[in-house]
Structures are given as C-alpha cells and as structure tokens.
Design a protein around this ligand. Sequence first.
Ligand code: ADP
Length: 596
Amino acid sequence: MRPFRNRLTFIMMTLIGLSMLGAGFAMANVFKQSHIAILEDNMVREIKLMQATMEFPPLEREQKIQYYTEKSRQLDALTEARVTFILKDGTVIGDSEKDPDSMDNHAYRDEMLQAKEEGAGSAIRYSSTLGQDMLYVALPVKQGDYDGYIRLSMSLKEVDQGVKQGWAVMGGGIIILFVLAAFVSYRVAASLTSPLEKITRVARQITRQDYDARVRFHRKDEIGQLAYAINGMADSLQTQLQTIKDNEAMLQSVLDNMTGGIVMLGHDGNIVLVNRAAEQMLGIKADNVTGKSYRELRQHYELTKLMEEGLEHRNNFREERSLYFPMESIVRLDGVALLQEDGTYRGMLFLLQDVTDIRRLERMRSEFVANVSHELKTPLAAVKGFAETLLGGGVKDDETSRSFLQIIYDESERLNRLIRDILELSKIESKRIAVEYSPIHLSTFFESLMKFMRPEAAKKRISLSMQVPEELFMEGDEDKLRQIFTNLLSNAINYTQEGGRVQLTVRDMHRAEQGDTVEFTVMDSGIGIPKKDLPRIFERFYRVDKARSRSSGGTGLGLSIVKHLVDLHHGTIKVESEVGMGSSFVIEMPLLQEND
Ligand code: ADP
C-alpha cells in the first residue's frame, strides 16, 4: 500500500517527461529554423553569384528558353539545387528539372510575391512532384537583357534528416535522463512518504492495543513533530491504561475480598457482575451467568422475584429471604437502584449479606434468656413458697420447719450454682476468659482431683479408678482442665447407680496429622444416654431427664461448659453410650498448645 508515494512519483515523472519533451521540441525547432536560415542565406548568395557571373545575351524567345534551360541544368549540377528562370510576368523560361513550356505561370507563388515586394522571397512548400518539403528562394535579377527572377529550390530532406538524427541522440539522452529522474523522484517520494508510513504503522499498532509501539526515528521537521506527538500520545495512553488496570485490579480485589455478596444487573436485567462471595452464597459461577438474564438464577425463586420487583420499580429496598441452595441460609438482600449523575438508570445493585449466623445467634440468645428465666424461676418459687409457709406460722413442729429450711437452703444453693454456671458460660462464650497454659503433670493433677471426688463416689459406693501414665506432661490451663474433669466425673457419679463403677483413662497418642495428643476417657457403668439425645447433650440446659438432673443438683450447663473449655484447648469431645450399660466421654487434646 503506497498510493501516495506512487502518485507523487507519477506526478514528478510526468512533469519531468513533459518538460523534457517540450525542451526537445523547442530545440528541434530552433535547429530546423537556423538550418533553414543558413540555407536561405547560401541560396541568396548563390543567386547573387549567378547574377554576377552569368551572361544574359539578347535572344529570341525560342532561343531564350533553350539557353536558360541549358544554363539552369549546368547550374543545377554545380549547386545541387533546382534552378528556375522566371520572367517578370511570371512566365518560366528555364528550369533544371521540367520543361518550361509545360509549367504554369509562377507570378503568384509566395516567394515570387515576396521577392517582388521585399527584394528577396522565400517559401517552404510540399512538392508533390518530388514528394518532399522544398525551400524556395527567389531574387529579382535585372542584368543585361534579362529582367526577371532567378529562383533556387532545395529539398529540406537533409534538414529533416538532421532533425531526425538530433531527435535520435536527444531521445537516447531523454530516456537515460528519464530513468535517472524516475529513480531520483522515487527516492524523493520515498523519503517524503516512508516516515509517514512508519507513523501510520505505529498508529495502527496502537489501535490494535499494542501500547509499546513507538516511532523510532528522530527528525527536526514537521514529520518529526508528528512522530513525537504520536509517541507522546502512546505514552499517555499507556499510563492511563495502567492507571485504569490498577484501579480495576484494586476494585476487583475489594469485590473479591468482601464478605458481602454483590450482584449487579444492567437496566435490561442482564447480570453484569457477580463477586466471589455472591458466587459462594448462591452456588453459581460468575463466568456462567454474566451477560445472561437474572432469571438464570431461577433456583433462587424468591431472590429472582425480588430482583424483578427491584428492576420494575427502580427503588431501593431491604428484604430477608431464605435460600435452600447450595445450603440452607438466610440472606439479607439490599437492592440499590444505580442512577448516573444525569439521572439515567443503569440497573440495580444487589448486596447479599448472609445473616444465618446472626439470626441463629439471636434465636439462641432469646431462647437462652427464656431458659434462664425459667431455670431461675423454679428454685426461686420453691424458696419463696417454703419461706411464706414458714412465715405464716402454720408449721409448728421443729422437724418439719427444719426440713423446709433445708429445702430453702438447697434451692438457694442451686440458684447459686445456676448463676455461677451461667456467668461462667457467658464469660467463655463472649471470649472474655483468659487461658494460661502451663505444663501439667497429669498423674499428679488427677491424683488431687480424685481425692476431691472420692467422698462423693463413696456416698454411692461407686468404685472410682484411674489409669494415668506416670511421666506424662501436657500443656494446658490447669483450672480449666480441673473444671472439665470435675464436671465429667460428677456426671459419671451422678448418673450411675449405687455400687457402680467410674474409670478415668489417660493415653498418650501419636497422630500423623495433628502431632502428639492426649486422650482422656471418662467411662461409667451408669444409666446411659438414649441415642436420640446424644447429639444434643452439649447444648445449654439440655437434660435427658429433667427430674433426675434436678434431684442430682444438675444445672444442664455442665457439658456445655466442658465443650467450650475443650474447644479452648483446641481439642475434641465425643460421647458413646448405651442405655443401661453406661457412657464414656472421650476427649482428645494436643499435647502442646500452639501459640495463637
Ligand atoms: P446436668 O447438670 O443436668 O448434669 P450436663 O450438661 O452436665 O447437665 O449434662 C446434660 C445431660 O446429659 C444430663 O442432664 C444427663 O441427662 C446427661 N448426662 C451427662 N452425663 C451423663 C452420664 N455420664 N451418664 C448419663 N447421662 C449423662
């Protein structure tokens, strides 16, 4: 593609060609004219020479013709020109080539008229007799008996041949010059257009988003300035693009790292953007849904209904809906109409917030409050009732009033325990509890714990045994561990009938994945726990048998606290049980605690 270069070359070549041709013609013309002028001068001189040297004797007409014909032929042989003798009245009386009698009157030939008026005449005519251009020169001659004209005529063939030769020489020169000129003008055109072509190429590269493309030459002229401007434009585009890319990356990382989901719909209802959190919440892939209608999210029927309303009414709203896919959850959906500065509507932005945990916690909290008030009410009612009876003075005998007072004491003790456990639990749950790890020598630790538990077991004649490796140390919070095992052992003793058995076993474990751990098993031969209750016994206030728990002084919070304390030690707790056969609680905790 170089039309401009070609056009430029063509124009330059045409101009050069035309001017060379013009010069050629002018030169040929000058050459011919000067040749003819010289020829004319010579012929005039020859005629004058004839006039001076020839004899013009007085003769009769017949003899005259004979004489001048003879003379004309002699002179023709000498001068190599046709010689004609013409009388004043135009009659030809001698000619070196034709018979004068057969020739017409010559008075009105151009050269004759001119010779008559100016003293010398010349003309160029095509002679059909000879088939060539002829130059005629005539002079009036008045000498002796002769009064007329002598006319010489010569063929212009030689002149034409000279011109032709000149043309041949000049043609060769012109061709050589033309080739040279072609070469030079092509180079000139190229030097003009090739930088433009380079600039065009770079501009095209930039259009194809190759922003590294630059014009690589340096010139001080206007083309150089154009190149400089193009390079400047590319620089500016590149930095702008980088800024845009950086901003985009930043926005993308903000979008991706948001905990809230974002779904953006265009005004036509097509999905424009879905961030990572929304992908997870809705169980979709952004790549599969972007560019498609929001109706593609049809497995979330309620959500698409809300989107539809949002698109229709173009106003902001906040609603909560349950999702059943990819898992059951509650989602708060904020719809925001996207309006541009000039007020045009661009679509809707939906913010999704998973509020499942918040709602569950809220429910748990209100249930907890209800449970707590219920749990507190029962002992309080007992305390109040018995105290009223006593105050009423209706009870006379000492023994009954003593037993009443005992009940009041027991119930207030229970209240005390209950409040203590509730406070403890809320402290743990709100993470307001400090954990202080230290190395614990397990056999010493359990020895002292057993000493404390034994009297209670002895009351029910329950055999309490333990099996702890002698040299085993573990890292843990001693107070919390004591609380864990006091609770578990108290439960084991409480829920085992008289004469039963409770056993504590400690084992040192080596686990490939989680490193060294310690396994604690508290096993009893007690009443056991029904299968259906097993998953729930770690819940707050959950009791298999309310009456039994109450009679044993339980609060229903013990296992809940144990579970939390085990979690604090990064451990796990499991329970296995069979009704009537006994239960065993298995705790596994890391031997060493990693620093948080
Ligand atoms: P409680 O104060 O009632 O003992 P816990 O949270 O300690 O409360 O225990 C929850 C419930 O789990 C108990 O009410 C009891 O029904 C059952 N349970 C706990 N430990 C045992 C056990 N070793 N044997 C049988 N049932 C048990």
